[in-house]
Write a protein that binds this ligand. Sequence first.
Ligand code: TNX
Length: 426
Amino acid sequence: MIVRPGAAVIPAPARLGPEDELGAEGYRLEVRDGRARVDAETDAGRFYAERTLSRLSADGPAPDVAIADRPRFAWRGFMLDVARHFFGVADVCRLIDRLADYKLNVLHLHLSDDQGWRIAIDAWPRLAEHGGSGAASGGAGGCYSQDDLRAIVRYAAERHVTVVPEIDTPGHVQAALASYPELGAPGSSSALYGGVEVGFSSLDVHAELTYRFLDDVFGELAALAPGEFLHVGGDEAHSTSRADYRAFVERVRPLVAARGKRLAGWEEIASAPLPGGAVVQLWNTAGGEGAELARAAVEQGAQLVMSPADRVYLDMKYDAGTPLGQDWAGHVEVRDSYDWDPAKLVAGVPEEAIAGVEAPLWTETIATMQELETMVFPRLCAVAEVAWTPQARRNWGDFRARLAGEGVLWDAAGMAYHRSPQVDWR
Ligand code: TNX
C-alpha cells in the first residue's frame, strides 16, 4: 500500500502484525478505491481509525492503505495551566479538538495556583469570587462554574479525552489563602498575588481545617470529573518542611481514596509513602533529583508520567528569539521534543513502569489563544508521536516531512504555530 508523502498521519501508525491484539485503543483501517473498512474492539479504537482516515483524506480522496495501529502508552496527555492565565470553555474545547486530532487522551487541567483559583466550589464560594479574580502579570481573572467544567468534561469525553483535574497542594495556594486566610500556615499573607515566583505559600498542614477544606474540594471535583485520577500537585512546596510534607501527603491519601480516585502528583510526592495505583509525574529529570524520585516512585509500585521539562515543557522558548515563555530548562525546539525515548529517560525505570507522556503548558507568560497555539504547535505533535508510536518506528526525517503537511492544515484553519526552521514548511 502506498501513502502519499504529504498525506501521512501524525502520530505515525504502529504497524501491527496480523496476530497482534488491538487492545483498548487500537484499530485496523483498510481503504481501497475510496472505500474504508474499520476493525476495532472499542469506541476509542473506532474513533482513532476515523481520525486517521480524516487526515488521510484531508486534501482529497484517501489513498489505498492498510493500517493496523495501537498506542505505545495509555497516558498521552497535555496539561493546561489555567491558573496563571485563564482560558475559557470555548478555548479549551478548541484545544480538545486538536488533542483528538493527534490521538492524545488526557487533558490535565491545572486548576489552582498562587495566581488564581479556577473552579467554583459550592462549599467555599470565595475561592471563585475572590481567588479567581486575578491572574499573573495583571491579567484578567476568570473561573469555571461547575457547569463549565461539566461541559469541558463532556466535550472531552466525546473525543475520548479524560480530564484530570489538579488542585495544587500544599504549596502554590496563595489564591486560596487570599480567599480564606484561616487556611494558611502561620504568618501567611492574605493578599492576592500576580507575580510569577513559586514556592512561598503553604496550607497549614497541622490544621484540621485544611483537611476539611480539601475533603470538600476533592468531593466536588470528583463528582464533576468522572475520570480515575485526582491530581494533588505537590510540587515546589519550598515553604513546607520535609517532615510536614510527608505528614501532609499521608493525610491527603485517604481523602482521595475516599472519593474513589487514584492519586496523581508531581514527582516530589514520591518522597512520601504512596498509595496503591498512584501516578507520579516527572518533570525535573535534567536536574538529577527527578531521577531519584522516579526510582523511589517505581520502588513503591507507582507508575510514571514523563514530562521532562527539557523535552516537553511547552512554555520553554524554542530559541533565543522566542518572545514568549521561559528558559530555565533550556531552549526546546521541535526536534528536542521528538528525539527522546521515555524508556531511556531514567536509568532503572523500564517501559512497564511508564504510564505515558504528558506535555505541560505553564502560562505565566501566555495570555491569549494565539500565544498558546504558538507555543503548543508543532511541539505537541512531536509529543503525541512519542506517546503513540513505538520507538523503532519513529524517525525524525520522516516526522518533519509529515509535519509540513500539518502546517498546511493549520494555515487553512487560521491557527497560530511556530514556523520552526527545522521543518520545510510549504
Ligand atoms: C515549574 S513544573 C513549576 C510551575 C511553573 C513552571 C514554569 C512544576 C511542577 N512546577 O509552577 O509554572 O516551572 O516552567
